[in-house]
Design a protein around this ligand. Sequence first.
Ligand code: ATP
Ligand code: MG
Length: 503
Amino acid sequence: MIDIFESTAQLRPEAVFFTAVDRRGNETAYTYRQTRLIASQLARRLRDKGVFPGDAVAVDLPNGPMYVFLALAAAYGGFALVALNHRLTDAEKLTRVLELERAGLRVAYTVDAAGEPKLFEAVCNSLLRNERAGRVDDSLGGSVEDAIHFAERAAHVFDSSHRALIMFTSGTTGKPKAAELTWGNLVEASKASNRVLSGRVRGRGLWQAVLPFFHVGGFQVLVRSVCSRWPLRIYERFDAAAVLRDAEVMHATHISVVDKMLQDMLNARPSALAQYECVLLGGGPLNAKTVARALEAGGRVYASYGMTETSSQVANTLITPQFTGGMRLLPGYSARIVEPDAAGFGRLALRGPGVFGGYANARAPFTVDGFFLTGDTAALHDGCLYVRERTGDMFISGGENVYPAEIVDALVRIPGVADAYVFGLPDARWGRRPAAVVELTPDAPMISTRALREALSQRLSKLYVPEQISIVDELPRSGIGKIDRAACEALFHENIDIRRVVL
Ligand code: ATP
Ligand code: MG
């Protein structure tokens, strides 16, 4: 990683590496030369403070210049980043760091009231001021040449097998797990996806980084930019209309989003979607309605599948009208289906360059020959992956298997339905019965739950049609836009109970 960054910085020092757009829309650009000086000196400064190779530094920041400097400083200094979800409470962040410490990691914790994040900020700002005035960091002494020498030496001894990033999973199925990723994982995964995604770009492309860096899908946009030597535009806040406008002016070619963001972009200005060479869609199951709208808008949307443990995507496919849900594995990856059923669906196991080595705070399920058991159910046909859902989502109702993903898919195909969450509600007679929480599109007329059930009966057998449906203004989502299942179920019970009281 830092070897690639260094070589670009030496080749094109005055080229802009990244531009940061803050929450007010103000932007600041940083050249490779500036970024290199700040990041490498930050690494030296942290080493002076006792952060050594193999240690970790917890980051608690929104997307901005500091995140980029720290990520590169980690590579220069040989320490790992612990990417904390910036939106958690301090107590939650502290719990996560303490858990890592219990697992034996030395973590420089920068979140507490002592104001350490501000220290980083102060350090970065003073480095930048000095750099602009042609000086180096006063506290380190030495000259610009010394700083450059440090950067060059760090790049020379850089070892990609070192732990680079400790990234927490989204916590959809339980307590978030701390996946440990090496630079090799991140860089090789990025190169594999660049090979597929940057094919049509003549000259230089431009990534817009709108997913948070504390999510693997966001962090990998940064690594992909370093690997492809493309510039990057990072956004502190996602404002669909502003991002689309900006893409037009700056000729952005690539953007990585989750479904909710793509919905927002389509609601803001569908025609603007066609300007991208690649809209990379990931983070969760595909929403048939969003896909259809994106196709209609002429967008080049790549469906992707991946997870924190695999350094983001391992398979993707450009969505065309012929799309059947299959996603091609990226070069270097192998998939295996464990205990497939008659239709070929079973537990998905993966091996490849981006697949992590293990969790810091949990045991990771690997086969003896090194395949990671993902926890998702999928089938594999002709090198294409068909992901159905998480293995534990299927439930049995009256002796029959029910797949909630199929019910969600039928729901979002009904005009006026934007998204849905379906789960198995305990039922004395059937064991479980499907129940749904439904979000309508902003322009939808009011639809009754009876009308929804009728529309569903046209497509699904009776067993699959939820008896109870709760219509909500908005499905609860995590900061990154993934559906928050526990909150959805709580909302369902709240709404159903309220209705009972009203009746
Ligand atoms: P946790 O592991 O803590 O329960 P999580 O699995 O949601 O949380 P992530 O690593 O952010 O954490 O998400 C990866 C998961 O998202 C995948 O394992 C899969 O279940 C789901 N996913 C991602 N892409 C797709 C897709 N294209 N289709 C279906 N599911 C997907
Ligand atoms: Mg997971």
